[in-house]
Write a new protein. Structure first.
Lengths: 353, 432
């Protein structure tokens, strides 16, 4: 049988329809106005260099007495955790009675080129933790790490177990040499010392394109064509553009920290071997003895589930739990399904501890 | 639509509709059967191009990138539609002429595959490149990096087609190598060496780049073969393809499959790493060269700035450390820790003293017992002596009696009697 049954008049009407939708889309774009991100009211409680520690305004009266500090990745911006009212991990946690703080790393520039992982983890994170310990007169607080921020939280908790009461990791790479880890596969043979030495800071745009290159047809092509069909809906259009804004809002990476992260974590997989040194301190995941909740996404193309699930094998905690989210790396924060699943699970898990 | 925006009025919307209607009319004429397939030029992408140019200024700043992305993808979609319209027309004409559509399809496919060979300057090649902007994302990324670091434009070495050189590539590279290996001499020796090094690195990068592009050419062929296989599979199952969008989605699936199969291989990791490493080596070399010029003019150099950045970071670290020491809460913490340590030390000292006191008390009791035993023994000895005086005239020998008394003393030294042990336990109970 001859498979192509596209009649010329049908093709023509398809093209005409496409053109009409584009015209309407342009009209929609003019209607939607400015794109706002970060929906929940927050106040700055501590700043240092380009870092800002925010406290989100609580949404309920009765709060869990132990605050949660969200440690975001250095890649992209943290407002993905609070993108819009109906797509906000932060809002969900606040509604569940948590007192939520978040570290915003800002946009490093050439003056930050030699910021190391030690500066980030034993410096910035530790000082933010100190702020909260003092503010609440507590010995220990709760940590919630996002992606690379999860890896940082693991390192921090292993080195400062006396300051962390509960640890939550979300889409966090632990084993960097699992078979489906394409990023790791790509960088394994790159001379990272030469790259960092040559470029100084790593341009955020370069990282963007690298992430898009993981699924180039879908992420750079098909999704835009799909969007043409919904261009006449201002709400959907605005949501889409908001997400686009986040995807392409990529700070440059401090060269030294990037070099260390790629070399010791991605290339040498030292975290699970207990060989990572942050400053003069060794990171041994066995030292993580506090309760741990590890959340990963089944369709994560950036951090494959196996890379996160490896944590179970290496932590010293007797109280280890996992949540498997049926979705992708970003969907775990912004999808409707995630709003129903993730914040309630985190708040109830913390309430029990 | 807001009233305040003069752009958005009914006339403008109507004009947009008229634009697409007019193009529909032109397109419908162009799709009439014609004797020559060359005359079948469906200018859909041209229409979109023209429209985008007139409409783009009306796009708001917030959605400008988004709009541009959609138009770019729209063009890819339309270009694919154009190609497949031509293809289906060829297939239909072939079928009418009695040919098997699969043979015509295979022939067309081979033509398309040839278009993926770099250096090919055919019309098909440029069309295919237009359909595969995604394949080249990683390359594009590094090309931008190159551009930002070099005096040369980003695609400078890309346009050096190695196909043209391939036949003589071995000879050219050998001669270049020989030329670049000539020892530098004389007054400009260092400059010569540096130039030779730079040329070697540029050649290395050009080779890595061509290797990368060839690999992506193969990837395009693989995607096409997967597409052909899927179309034939559909035909055999009796499944029709009714819209251009179906063709596009099928192409995306095949592209992702081929891409995924390739980029997970060791070969790709090697090619990718060689490209990045070669590019960085060249860029680094260029930086050094620029530094030399800047240094000779007493201008800041890349190396000098890096040193300052490093020192500045070290200072920031030290300041943060000192500041944390000055923080009252840290001071309080340190004081609390010291207090706790002192208390622990005191507690331990007191405990040790008590233990030692008890030990001394025990020894004292033992001495008391011993003294008592000695007094008793002396008394017994005196009594024995007296008795011996009286029995000197026929009693036991005194030496034997003395040995027996000493053994009693030794036994008493080892183990206090029951009364003494009870007394010690009572004292411990009182905490004395």
């Amino acid at each position: 049988m001859f498979p192509f049954q596209i009649r010329p008049d049908q093709a023509l009407s398809e093209i005409q329809e496409f053109g009409t939708k584009l015209s309407r889309g342009l009209q929609t774009l003019n209607e939607i106005g400015d794109i706002d991100v970060g929906c929940t009211e927050k106040e700055s409680v501590y700043t240092e260099d380009k870092l800002t520690l925010y406290r989100f305004k609580p949404l309920v009266e009765k709060l869990n007495p132990v605050p949660v500090l969200i440690v975001y990745a250095l890649v992209n911006r943290p407002y993905v955790a609070d993108l819009q009212k109906n797509r906000s991990l932060v809002r969900g946690l606040l509604a569940g009675g948590l007192d939520v703080y978040l570290i915003d790393w800002g946009y490093p520039d050439s003056a930050d080129r030699f910021l190391s992982l030690n500066d980030y983890i034993n410096g910035y994170i530790d000082r933010c933790v100190e702020v909260l310990r003092k503010r609440y007169s507590l010995d220990k607080i709760n940590l919630l790490g996002i992606c690379q921020g999860g890896t940082f939280s693991l390192c921090y908790s292993a080195m400062h177990a006396d300051k962390v009461r509960n640890l939550i990791t979300t889409v966090t790479p632990v084993d960097f040499h699992t078979p489906q880890d394409l990023l790791s596969h790509w960088v394994r043979k790159v001379d990272i010392d030469l790259l960092a030495e040559t470029t100084g800071n790593i341009p955020g745009k370069m990282l963007n394109w690298t992430f898009l290159s993981l699924k180039p047809f879908r992420l750079s092509g098909q999704k835009y064509l799909d969007m043409v069909n919904t261009l006449d809906d201002p709400v959907l259009c605005k949501n889409f553009i908001r997400m686009e804004k986040w995807i392409f809002d990529s700070p440059d990476q401090a060269g030294e920290a990037f070099r260390e992260f790629i070399k010791h974590f991605y290339q040498n997989n030292e975290l699970i071997k207990g060989e990572v040194m942050i400053g003069e301190k060794n990171v041994d995941l066995e030292n993580i003895t506090m309760p741990v909740l590890n959340i990963f996404a089944t369709d994560d193309h950036l951090v494959p589930p196996a890379a996160s699930k490896a944590l179970r094998k290496y932590v010293g905690s007797a109280d280890y739990s996992e949540i498997e989210f049926p979705g992708g790396h970003i969907g775990i924060y912004v999808s409707g399904k995630a709003q129903q699943m993730i914040p309630p699970s985190v708040t109830s898990w913390l309430a029990a501890r | 639509m807001t009233d305040s925006n003069p752009v958005w009025n009914d006339d403008w919307i109507a004009s947009q509709k008229n634009f697409w209607d007019a193009w529909s009319h032109i397109l419908s004429q162009s799709m009439e059967p014609s004797p020559s397939s060359q005359a079948f030029a469906v200018p859909w992408t041209t229409a979109l191009d023209l429209w985008a140019k007139t409409a783009a200024p009306a796009a708001p700043a917030a959605g400008e990138d988004f709009f541009r992305s959609i138009v770019r993808q729209g063009k890819t979609f339309l270009r694919l539609g154009e190609e497949f319209s031509k293809l289906t027309r060829n297939l239909a004409e072939g079928a009418q002429a009695g040919s098997n559509w699969k043979d015509v399809f295979a022939a067309k496919l081979n033509e398309l595959k040839a278009g993926f060979t770099y250096g090919s300057a055919s019309e098909v090649t440029s069309t295919l490149r237009g359909l595969l902007p995604f394949f080249e994302l990683p390359m594009d990324t590094w090309s931008r990096m190159f551009s930002s670091s070099s005096l040369l434009p980003g695609d400078f070495l890309r346009s050096v087609k190695s196909e043209g050189l391939r036949d003589v590539a071995g000879q050219v590279h050998e001669r270049m190598d020989r030329f670049l290996s000539v020892p530098a001499v004389g007054y400009m020796r260092e400059w010569q060496e540096q130039t030779q090094g730079g040329m070697r690195l540029a050649m290395g990068y050009q080779e890595a780049l061509q290797e990368y592009l060839h690999a992506h050419g193969r990837l395009g062929v693989d995607a096409l073969e997967r597409l052909a296989a899927k179309i034939i599979e559909r035909a055999e199952k009796g499944q029709e393809i009714n819209t251009l969008r179906e063709v596009y989605d099928l192409w995306v699936d095949c592209g992702e499959e081929a891409y995924s199969a390739f980029v997970f291989t060791e070969e790709y990791a090697d090619i990718y790493a060689r490209l990045v490493n070669a590019l960085m080596a060249l860029k680094h070399h260029n930086q050094t060269a620029v530094d030399e010029v800047a240094g000779s003019l007493n201008l800041p150099t890349h190396q000098g700035i890096a040193t300052m950045q490093r020192r500045q970071q070290e200072l920031r670290r030290e300041i943060a450390e000192f500041r944390s020491l000055l923080d009252p809460s840290v001071m309080e913490g340190m004081q609390a820790r010291l207090r706790a340590q002192t208390e622990a030390l005191n507690g331990r000292t007191q405990k040790e003293l008590r233990t030692q006191g008890e030990s001394i008390e025990g020894m004292r009791e033992k001495v008391t017992v011993l003294e008592r035993d000695v007094a008793r023994l002396l008394k017994e000895l005196a009594a024995l002596r007296n008795g011996a005086g009286r029995e000197g005239r026929g009693g036991r020998t005194p030496a034997k009696k003395t040995a027996s008394a000493v053994s009693v003393v030794a036994a008493a030294g080892h183990r206090p009697n029951r009364a003494a042990r009870a007394s010690t336990a009572q004292k411990r109970g009182k905490g004395e």
